[in-house]
Ligand binder design. Structure first.
Ligand SMILES: [Zn+2]
Length: 319
């Protein structure tokens, strides 16, 4: 545990020392970040420090908050507020203001869609503000211990106890709150091994965690059970679940719909098939990257933390 705390302290120092990153425009060149052994985790936390939180009202007293790591859903009502994902703790002031703008109701529940920092680093302050934290049992397992994510070049220390979910479940769980029967359901391993969907049936709003990045290549976390084929299976489940009426909240990117879930699924399948065919011919990852299998997709999907080259690497690992 000492080592992890030291790592954390070191990473914090690097984070503080990297505050010129965004100004330098390096955000646009994620492959440089990897090459410099600079973790995108640091960049994302840094961006969240000053991020404005954009509030979008969806349907049935449900809103989406964007700007601090993963997208946050909020169900507000007479019983209080329920959040799906926590954002990053460094955004606390702006997040608290955004939550207050929805009404004076207290924060009662927080559901984590998976263990990743950009969905759970706000757990601690939200718990102290009144939230009971709910997640899949494996999310809690990861938050308990040190986790190394090689593809992010980052070692996450155990989360402080106040950030730990205290209500956990295995496969699915229904939570009755503010007139909704909120359905939480585990995906088979996809982006990680603890992704859950959170569905509000009355409002027909579906939060699909990081199994969907609307308009961006997704990160796939092989260090905790993710894979490209699992990601495709989750994308299929999302397409099957949603109708033309469903409002879809992606882990990252703007609020979406079923047609965009289909587009995302089709992109994943097309890139997977290309990369798999080349790998089957015995080509190395460098050779496959050089073939640019994502070339026709990069303009649409390559504009965020995962560019075509990084995505090709992630797909190659899993085929
Ligand atoms: Zn994630």
């Amino acid at each position: 545990m000492n080592t992890s705390r030291e790592d954390f302290a070191m990473n914090r120092r690097r984070f503080i020392g990297s505050s010129g990153l965004l100004a330098a425009g390096l955000w646009l060149f994620p492959e440089d970040l990897f090459a410099q052994a600079q973790s995108p985790v640091i960049t994302i936390i840094n961006a969240a420090k000053t991020a404005k939180i954009q509030v979008t009202k969806l349907r049935g007293n449900i809103s989406m908050l964007e700007g601090s790591g993963g997208n946050v859903a909020v169900l507000n009502g007479p019983q209080g507020k329920l959040l799906v994902d926590a954002g990053i703790g460094v955004s606390k002031v702006n997040m608290a203001a955004a939550l207050k703008s929805l009404g004076p109701q207290p924060i009662k529940y927080l559901i984590n869609t998976h263990w990743h920092f950009d969905h759970t680093y706000g757990n601690e302050w939200l718990h102290r503000a009144g939230a009971t934290i709910v997640s899949h049992e494996t999310t809690l397992k990861h938050l308990h211990k040190t986790v190394r994510v090689e593809d992010w070049n980052y070692t996450f220390p155990p989360a402080p106890q106040a950030a730990w979910p205290t209500v956990v479940f295995k496969d699915e769980k229904v939570l009755h709150f503010n007139g909704e029967a909120i359905e939480m359901k585990l995906y088979p391993p996809a982006h990680t091994d603890c992704d859950i969907s959170v569905y509000f049936p009355k409002a027909d709003v579906l939060h699909v965690a990081d199994t969907f990045w609307n308009g961006y290549y997704p990160f796939i976390d092989y260090s905790t059970g993710g894979s490209i084929n699992g990601s495709i299976a989750a994308a299929e489940r999302n397409v099957a679940h949603a109708t033309a009426h469903t409002i879809v909240i992606p882990g990252h990117g703007p609020v979406g719909n079923r047609a965009q879930l289909v587009e995302f699924r089709d992109m994943l399948v097309a890139v997977r098939d290309k990369v798999a065919a080349s790998k089957k011919q015995g080509k190395s990852v460098a050779e496959v990257v050089a073939e640019k299998p994502t070339a026709s997709f990069d303009a649409k999907w390559g504009g965020f933390v995962i560019d075509g080259k990084t995505f090709t690497n992630l797909v190659y690992k899993g085929v």
